[in-house]
Design a protein around this ligand. Structure first.
Ligand SMILES: Nc1ncnc2c1ncn2[C@@H]1O[C@H](COP(=O)(O)OP(=O)(O)OP(=O)(O)O)[C@@H](O)[C@H]1O
Ligand SMILES: [Mg+2]
Length: 319
């Protein structure tokens, strides 16, 4: 059996009479990336704060790094690093000073603190900016500094709460590379994100949180199988052609305003050919044809948009 870096059973948290986490169960094996997805206000940050000892839970059996969170929060703290949704970087001091401050907090000797700081600044491409106030850093630099600070104590488990929100595509890819390298080094990563592509890229397992409950959990592939999102979309410039096509094809969903039709499809050549054959024999030509395979966006919308949009949901993939 693999060792679990994080295990939560029946995690509950309310603020006043607002139930934020309503019995969350999750497990994260060591050396893997777990991603928690969910709409704004779903409770992601709350879960991160509880599992990283910053906020206490109302109920639940919680283990992080093999330690009982309720009984041994200090031991948990020693095993983890946290990069919050809102930066811990102090803008008034330099990047290097921010790092040295972290080293102090982790009780590293002055010499060891300097060594770790130099190494991490190098690794995160912050050497040139090290002596400048962090307030002058770009968003991407600040985010890199934030993660570098998290790594000062060599944590085995790190929590990253929306590590790439607001970053440009290049900086986002840099961050993904950093996260992959951490995992290669054996670190366990608990990641929240608004970017489904990010979870798809990085996560071994994904959980979707909605209304304080985990509504689905699995690999990206397993989650994608939950939604019937695969379809062919045809767009027409001519309203008459659009109407004829809507009559000629079966199972179409119409969008009368966009003059586009959506036909369920697995994206196979056979299904595409059958659509094209029907159009041909009716003498209709579409102006645009696109094939859409389900992605995590479809999963997200289906699972967090209300219950009725998810037909035929296989039971075993949902916990
Ligand atoms: N300290 C607090 N006091 C009262 N309510 C809180 C507190 N912290 C969070 N909440 C509420 O708990 C709910 C979940 O908040 P949380 O920040 O965990 O969501 P989130 O999933 O991280 O959202 P986002 O995607 O916007 O970051 C929200 O309704 C929020 O208003
Ligand atoms: Mg949040």
């Amino acid at each position: 059996m693999t060792n679990l870096a994080i295990a939560a059973n029946g995690l509950r948290k309310s603020y006043g009479d607002k139930v934020v986490l309503d019995g969350v169960d999750l497990t994260v094996p060591e050396g893997t990336v777990f991603s928690l997805l969910g709409p704004n206000g779903a409770g992601k940050t709350t879960a991160v704060k509880i599992l990283s000892t910053l906020v206490s839970a109302d109920a639940g059996d919680l283990y992080v790094g093999g330690h009982d969170l309720a009984a041994a929060p200090q031991a948990v703290r020693a095993a983890i690093g946290v990069t919050g949704q809102f930066s811990a970087v102090d803008g008034l001091i330099t990047g290097e000073e921010n790092m040295l401050l972290m080293a102090d907090l982790h009780h590293l000797s002055r010499r060891e603190g300097r060594r770790v700081t130099a190494e991490l600044l190098e690794r995160f491409d912050l050497v040139a900016a090290a002596k400048k106030p962090a307030s002058t850093y770009s968003g991407g630099m600040r985010r890199r500094l934030d993660i570098a600070m998290t790594l000062v104590g060599s944590p085995r488990i790190i929590f990253l709460d929306e590590p790439t929100t607001g970053l440009d595509p290049r900086s986002r890819h840099t961050m993904w590379q950093i996260i992959r390298e951490l995992v290669t080094g054996g670190v366990t990563v608990f990641l929240t994100t608004q970017y489904l592509e990010e979870a798809d890229e990085l996560a071994d397992r994904i959980a979707v949180l909605n209304d304080g409950r985990i509504v689905a959990q699995g690999t990206a592939e397993e989650l994608k199988r939950l939604v019937p999102g695969g379809h062919v979309r045809l767009r027409f410039a001519d309203p008459a052609a659009y109407r004829s096509a809507a009559l000629a094809l079966e199972e179409v969903t119409r969008d009368d305003e966009a003059l586009s039709l959506q036909i369920p499809s697995d994206g196979s050549q056979r299904e595409l050919r059958s659509v094209l054959d029907r159009l041909d024999s009716a003498g209709i030509e579409a102006d645009e044809l696109t094939v859409h395979t389900p992605d995590l966006d479809d999963v997200f919308f289906a699972l967090t948009g209300g219950a009725s949009t998810l037909p035929n949901q296989p039971k075993e993939a949902v916990r």
